[in-house]
Design a binder for this molecule. Structure first.
Ligand code: F0G
Length: 351
């Protein structure tokens, strides 16, 4: 049977109301790519897989949650949706709203959204509003306005977002024919870690047995769950997770504790170094935030706090590298310009 999207594939496992009317871009079904060279580089002796969520229709994992949230909203007769976003949720909400014939409004922190995400939101026809503040400020505002007006909220506070995002855990178990030993992923507003843990728990004993330990990774400049208190002015190169008051922070901490895992922080340097390593060793280019899970794994192995031997580890790479091209091109040496003559080319290549 041809693939018909997440609601068609996993619908019976998702807690969605009967009025739900599927809106899909055939999201999900993303590859689980073995990363043999990277595993060797990190010390070897374990299996490493990349769940490449950047290959979803709008370039991030948000599409899993958005197909569910927009489908539910459409069935309820909603005509306008709103979200606060560091960029990926905005692009995804805009695309699914467009497909459903709805209006979308997205609030983004001024000057802190990567080019590929902003361009996406505009291309899909969203009303884009910059807030002279942080993501956390924008989230507070969309919660308030959606209470006051007939505008539906599609941030991950919306429970249907979590239902949709559980499907990534199902896919991983189906791909491996069991749960992995560890799951590493970036944590921002903490919707995704909440969804994975819910998905793994639901699938345990339903189809395959076992639960992974969860390693959630924040950027050091935006690590409220590691510090134990909100961060007023979060700052990180990984703008997707530049969040100081995660909406589902409690649930993220629960997921880490229940799974006998943990939430840690890594530096921007570690994130950018891992982004580069992954691209160069495996041919997988992800946006900075998406490298945080792997950077956390590398950090723990290097610190001797993680016995990877014999383990099967899955790292979630949440968004495509094309979302944030500037992080690579800014400050780089411009490619050499060569006259259109063979000899000139030979000089450059052969020296
Ligand atoms: N990775 C990427 C690429 C993201 O865009 C996000 C969140 C995360 C990881 C963290 O996921 O929030 O569920 O813990 N981006 C949101 C947005 C905040 O607005 O696009 P989370």
């Amino acid at each position: 049977m041809p693939y018909r999207g997440l609601l068609a594939h996993y619908g019976p496992l998702l807690d969605l109301p009967a009025h739900t009317r599927p809106v899909t871009l055939l999201e999900g079904n993303t590859p689980l790519i073995p990363a043999v060279s990277l595993a060797r580089q990190l010390g070897g002796g374990f299996e490493l897989y990349i769940k490449y969520e950047g290959l979803n229709p709008t370039g991030s994992f948000k599409d899993r949650g958005m197909t569910a949230a927009i489908s539910e909203a459409l069935g309820r007769g909603v005509t306008t949706v709103i979200c606060a976003s560091t960029g990926n949720t905005a692009a995804s909400a805009a695309a699914y709203a467009a497909r459903a014939g709805m209006k979308s409004i997205v609030l983004i922190p001024q000057g802190k959204v990567a080019a590929g995400k902003l361009a996406g939101a505009i291309a899909y026809g969203a009303q884009v509003i910059q807030i002279d503040g942080s993501f956390d400020d924008a989230l507070t505002m969309v919660v308030e306005i959606s209470r006051k007006h007939p505008i539906s909220l599609v941030n991950s506070i919306n429970p249907y977002r979590i239902e949709g995002q559980k499907t990534a855990a199902f896919e991983i178990c189906d791909g491996l024919e069991q749960a992995p030993d560890w799951l590493c992923l970036p944590v921002g507003n903490a919707g995704n870690i909440t969804a994975y843990w819910a998905g793994f728990k639901q699938y345990n004993n339903l189809k395959w047995s076992g639960l992974p330990h969860i390693l959630g990774v924040q950027a050091a400049g935006a690590a409220p769950l590691v510090l134990g208190h909100p961060v007023e002015h979060p700052e990180t190169v990984a703008t997707a997770i530049r969040i100081g008051k995660p909406a589902r922070g409690e649930q993220a901490l629960e997921a880490a504790e229940e799974s006998a895992g943990r939430i840690i922080a890594v530096s921007d340097e570690e994130i950018v170094a891992m982004q580069k390593l992954l691209a160069r060793l495996e041919g997988i280019w992800v946006e900075p935030a998406s490298a945080a899970g792997l950077a956390g794994l590398a950090h723990e192995i290097a610190a001797g706090k993680f016995d990877a031997r014999g383990r099967r580890i899955v790292a979630i790479c949440t968004g495509h590298g094309l979302k944030d091209p500037e992080i690579v091109t800014q400050g780089m040496d411009k490619p050499k310009i060569v006259a259109p003559q063979l000899q000139a080319l030979e000089e450059v290549i052969l020296g």
